[in-house]
Design a protein around this ligand. Structure first.
Ligand SMILES: [Fe+2]
Ligand SMILES: [Fe+2]
Length: 290
């Protein structure tokens, strides 16, 4: 079984278009049994996601998709959960892709499971000392202080570190993702669903391959001394996913995207690779299994 894994094509971003076309042509020439795209293929406009999928029409193997946070960016008035549960699976199916989040697949003796994953702020750097209420609203204290609608976060400033008041970071999911539940609950919901897939396939398969968009291990976050980037770490993944994977001994090959920086980490039986596509440089991983 030969599996190609890539992510973060961002085909809706001008500078990512040609690199994505080039990557797709290369992937379509490869002989492989399956292709797995791990999210952030496009953004709010699903017609661009369709165009991106079409680039892989000539790929001869089966095609799988796990969305990223950018696929949950919804136009005003649209619910991101409806996108995740109904719209995206339909767009995938129409384009010949199978959205793994909703149903795992068995390829021979290999099980393929997947989830977009999400964040529960467990990656937030404690050393910044920024209260949780800012992470929940996805604005650093400096950004909140400049925006009328976040003034409630600064009603008490005794617990806000002085230097964070110059930190202007916003995580734009806060602007474009609309869920009918908080992020911690959503993260847990997706985690439970992924665990159901792992349980379901553990007895039927020799090996489980796991595709995620968000990171299961904080070691995959690139080191950066800029505190603004440190604030953003909170939105890159969740420790609960990494811990859960350790409970499933057959989950040996784990891939993720989102961080735009290639990396790998091993925890027990879990070998996890972040695919590391940037806006300008696209890349892919190949996994060969007997
Ligand atoms: Fe991305
Ligand atoms: Fe992402």
């Amino acid at each position: 079984m030969r599996l190609i894994v890539t992510s973060d094509l961002h085909y809706n971003v001008l500078r990512s278009k040609q690199p994505t076309v080039d990557l797709a042509e290369e992937i379509c020439r490869l002989r492989a049994d399956a292709l797995l795209i791990l999210g952030d293929a496009a953004g709010q406009d699903v017609s661009i996601l369709r165009e991106c999928f079409q680039l892989f029409d000539r790929f001869a193997g089966r095609k799988f998709f796990v969305p990223g946070n950018h696929e949950l960016w919804a136009p005003p008035g649209e619910c991101s959960l409806v996108r995740y549960e109904q719209i995206l699976p339909r767009v995938c199916a129409e384009a010949g892709f199978h959205m793994l989040d909703h149903e795992p697949v068995v390829l021979g003796r290999v099980g393929l499971v997947g989830s977009m994953g999400w964040y529960d702020f467990s990656f937030r750097p404690e050393h910044l000392g920024i209260p949780l209420r800012f992470y929940r609203e996805k604005v650093a204290p400096g950004a909140a202080s400049r925006m009328e609608r976040y003034q409630h976060l600064l009603e008490t400033v005794d617990d806000v570190p002085e230097d964070s008041l110059s930190m202007g970071t916003r995580w734009m999911d806060g602007e474009h993702v609309r869920l009918p539940m908080d992020d911690v609950t959503f993260c847990r919901r997706l985690l439970d669903r992924l665990e159901g897939q792992l349980q379901e396939l553990s007895s039927a398969c020799d090996t489980l391959v796991v595709g995620l968009h968000h990171l299961p291990y904080a070691e995959l976050i690139p080191p950066n001394s800029n505190p603004s980037w440190a604030f953003a770490a909170a939105f890159l993944g969740s420790t609960a996913y990494g811990e859960m994977l350790l409970r499933y001994p057959k989950a040996r090959h784990v891939y993720c995207g989102h961080v735009h920086k290639a990396g790998e980490v091993t925890h027990g039986h879990v070998h996890c690779i972040s695919t590391g596509c940037t806006y300008l440089e696209k890349r892919y991983e190949i996994l060969e299994l007997d």
